[in-house]
Write a protein that binds this ligand. Structure first.
Ligand code: GAL
Length: 654
């Protein structure tokens, strides 16, 4: 395993580096990430490079057994570039150019920016060539920033021309006749700039795809330059389950491994964090790295709560349980200056050891006892969730209901499996689904014919599919189907949506379950209400008072050799957890160890190996019954029948 911290030697006097390396070594570190914001230190003036300081830092670390991931510094273009060549600056939706003074402030389509990036990356890769202290590379940092500049507009128009060929085809695809948005010249087509209202949804959907393509090109361009000098692994640090600015899968496709940055502020839901791990593992369908794990209070203007004792350890084990092969904490020591003066990491400003350092050191000492057993293991899931960027992009511009959130919908269903300790893969691109017993495609708003065919085949051949309200509503170019919903999948679900209702948050709408485990259960519902008409499906729940009284809300249909569940509304968490439990059981999914609420059990398996991680996400001591005698690898104790776990405590069972 790799274990370490994000380190910024450029923020500290060189005399301190040796002390830092020694303290890291004492905590069992063997990796750091360096340099991702140090452009001006590496190129103080255009074309004048200085990597000596970085090489000295790498060497000191390496002498202490610590290798480094080197970040390309393209997220922080220096003043000499931004001020001298203002065209490199990003433009926002209001068509205002962003001014220098923060980060991620450049347009990744601007030729002068790209040229400057090429120079620094090439010089950096050359300087690192053959260096043993270098483990690998990180491209840029947390991609997200869209741009709305004139260059992007020109390229977007070209992109559209290549995609649609003729303006007539584009007009048909977008339904551009609406409000006279028909174009007679490609050069008339705008970006989704701030107008007197919302942009054309089809244009906006294509814009997000265009920006994703732009980031993909930027990634490929950086990788190509690095590859001239280095064959070491390359990654990018993603941001978990929530962001939907660009399609992360398109970036991941070009990487050697995926990684992500986890900042569980305050009372962050452990299921959200788990979903962040599962989505990152899903991009390349293999283990991943934590490139930044919160390890202290953070904030730019205000400071978030400090992680309670035990929580850094808890988050560390949760990540490893879900497939992390490296744990890198953000950051080694909080900086004395700059926007992140408050963003604590392991050490405080004083640079002395503290409670957080001790907790991390203890965690590392424990892991060292059994980390060889992790080798070759990963999470094996029988349930897949589909994460769909087209749908997420479309919801950005048209939420459907002010309370509707793609991520919240996904996580509410995901929790049904999380709470039952059933492993899940979150997949972002079309894959062979035949190995999964259940596939959940939440709020799959945009549904291409290809995806629809894949899902239909999957159910036909015996799979169990779960979908929700606002699924199969729009086609690939964002037009709403002119047949009853769920559009292309009516026969699979055996229902049509007869009417729908977007409720106000204050409305009281209820459902009651009438089948299997949810029989007799009631729940308040919100966000969206589909009233279903049966075309062969069985009723699982009906509305019970409120706007739609007694209509059908949730159904199950047999189709081919499989089953398809349609969930037409958003019930409360308990109801959803019971429903997903019923779905899993009905589909023959292997159930996890039963644990109290918010105590997670998760397995990593490999050739003849099985490690079960039990993680207590609560602040109470919890008891867990164990199905068979085993050993707790952390304490080396034999466990017969049950286990007591402290607040935020963990156990790793073999
Ligand atoms: C991350 C970012 C880091 C640091 C951290 C705390 O999103 O990658 O560079 O800024 O947040 O703000």
């Amino acid at each position: 395993m790799r274990f370490g911290a994000d380190y910024y030697p450029e923020h500290w006097p060189e005399e301190r580096w040796e002390t830092d390396a020694r303290m890291m070594k004492e905590a069992g570190f063997n990796i750091t990430r360096l340099a991702e914001f140090a452009w001006v230190k590496m190129e103080p003036r255009e074309g004048e490079f200085d990597f000596d300081w970085l090489l000295r830092a790498i060497n000191i670390l390496n002498d202490h057994g610590i290798q480094s991931v080197i970040g390309t510094p393209t997220a922080t273009p220096p003043a000499w570039l931004c001020i001298n060549k203002p065209s490199v600056m990003r433009v926002n939706e209001q068509r205002q150019q962003i001014t220098f003074g923060n980060r991620q402030q450049s347009c990744i389509n601007q030729p002068e920016y790209l040229e400057a990036c090429d120079h620094i990356i090439e010089a950096l890769a050359d300087a690192m060539d053959g260096n043993d202290g270098v483990y690998g590379w990180q491209i840029d940092n947390e991609f997200w920033a869209p741009c709305y500049c004139d260059e992007c507009q020109k390229l977007f128009q070209k992109w559209l021309q290549e995609k649609y060929g003729t303006l007539q085809a584009l007009e048909a695809a977008w339904g551009a006749i609406f409000w006279s948005q028909t174009y007679t010249d490609w050069r008339q087509i705008p970006l989704p700039w701030a107008t007197s209202g919302a942009p054309n949804p089809s244009l906006a959907l294509d814009y997000r795809r265009f920006i994703s393509d732009s980031y993909e090109s930027f990634t490929k361009r950086q990788i190509k330059l690095i590859r001239q000098y280095s064959d070491k692994p390359i990654t990018h640090n993603f941001m978990g389950i929530s962001p939907d600015e660009i399609n992360y899968q398109q970036i991941a496709d070009h990487l050697d491994f995926a990684s992500w940055d986890n900042y569980p502020f305050g009372s962050a839901d452990p299921a959200m964090i788990a979903a962040g791990h599962d989505i990152t593992r899903g991009y390349l369908r293999k283990n991943f790295w934590m490139m930044e794990q919160m390890s202290g209070p953070g904030g730019w203007g205000e400071m978030s709560a400090s992680p309670r004792p035990g929580r850094i350890r808890e988050w560390t084990y949760q990540a490893i349980a879900r497939g992390a092969d490296a744990m890198i904490y953000f950051r080694w020591r909080v900086c004395r200056s700059g926007t992140e003066q408050y963003w604590h990491g392991i050490l405080n400003h004083d640079g002395a050891t503290n409670r957080r350092y001790s907790e991390i050191k203890r965690t590392r000492d424990e892991l060292l006892k059994f980390e060889d057993l992790l080798e070759g293991t990963t999470v094996k899931a029988e349930v897949a969730f589909l994460n769909d960027y087209d749908s997420r992009f479309a919801f950005r511009y048209q939420k459907s209901n002010s309370e509707l959130s793609y991520v919240k919908t996904l996580v509410s269903l995901y929790k049904g499996f999380f709470e039952n300790n059933i492993a899940v893969d979150i997949l972002t691109k079309d894959a062979d689904l035949s190995g999964y017993k259940v596939v959940v495609a939440p709020a799959h708003f945009v549904l291409t014919k290809k995806r629809a065919a894949l899902l239909k085949d999957y159910v036909q051949n015996g799979g169990t599919l779960v979908m929700t309200y606002r699924s199969a509503v729009k086609d690939a170019t964002g037009l709403i189907f002119d047949e009853p919903l769920p559009g292309l999948l009516q026969d699979v679900f055996g229902v049509v949506v007869k009417e729908y209702h977007s409720p106000e948050a204050s409305e009281e709408n209820m459902i009651w379950g009438s089948m299997g485990e949810i029989n007799g259960h009631t729940s308040r519902v919100n966000v969206w209400l589909d009233l279903l008409e049966l075309r062969g499906a069985e009723v699982m729940a009906k509305y019970d008072g409120g706007f739609i009284s007694y209509g059908v809300a949730i159904t199950r249909n047999s189709f081919g050799k499989g089953k398809a569940y349609y969930i037409g509304t958003q019930p409360e968490s308990d109801f959803m957890i019971t429903l997903m439990d019923a779905v899993a059981k009905d589909a023959g999914v292997t159930l996890g160890i039963p644990t109290p609420q918010d105590v997670e059990a998760c397995e990593r398996v490999g050739e003849g190996k099985k490690l079960t991680f039990i993680i207590n996400h609560t602040e109470q001591t919890q008891n867990v019954s164990i199905p068979e005698p085993c050993t707790n690898l952390i304490t080396c104790e034999a466990i017969e029948k049950s286990l007591t776990i402290d607040a935020y405590g963990v156990a790793v069972l073999k």
